[in-house]
Write a protein that binds this ligand. Sequence first.
Ligand SMILES: [Zn+2]
Length: 299
Amino acid sequence: MPKAITLGFSYSSGKSVRMQTLHRDSRGIFEKLIPLRSTSPVKAYYSKGLRARSVSLFCIAERSCFFLGSLFGTETTPVLLVLDINDWRRLLGPTMPYYVPSYSSWLKCIYTGDKIERSIVETFLKAFRNSPANLRHRLVSAVGTEKNAFEIGIQTLFDYLVVHEMTHCHAHTKKVNTGTFWLSEFLADYCTYAFVKDARDTQVEKIMDITYELIYKGGHSLVEHKSILDFEDMYSQVGFFNYEWYHAKFHRGARELYERFGTSFISAVIEEFEATDEKVVCRLDQKLKGFKKWFGAWK
Ligand SMILES: [Zn+2]
């Protein structure tokens, strides 16, 4: 019998969210998947036929793991799973839309897929059609082709969600607990932007900036929820398109703050919200004299 395990997107928010169910059978979750040989701390497995795709996502995963490791001061061994739709359904159950990357803190796994599903691209098309013409032209010029420019833009955003999920992995390893959904997600989007800036890949940066801007501007009159208050109250319950619209808002915010603070924003969040036993006890000791000594004897 498959064993169902509930996973949360937002392990670091401190809230319990029933987001997805991983169906694990007793023979192990990696069975049927092919390992990508490497000496990297990042391990990758892929479904039959997806080797080339797994190599390309593995490059992003490995580079971002080193980048984030130096920012967070963490050493971790995440697993990247590049799955076809059948393995996706087998491992994540029927409700998670295929190809929306996610992270399991329990398994330290980042789930990704092959090419983005047409139905997902179509979800964003309404924003694309509703966006200013000059932004659409800028996207075509950044991508270098008119054909499928928007699809390439969306594919780029979703490919780089590997960095977003990798940030959740490092934040979890470091025990960074922001206490809010919005800051946990904002931090992951901020780190993704910082990674792209650091890599100096100007084409990816342009495609990402313009595509998010298209979603933000084109989607502004189409979404019901726009405030951080609503995001905090409803999180992914705002619906798929509205949830992705919030990420376009976060990306905009990350660009603005990065201009002012660069990677010091990331260091400040880590310092403020790192919640290891030692840090927590030291913080309490500042308010409650002798607490640290008491904890040392009691723990
Ligand atoms: Zn996230």
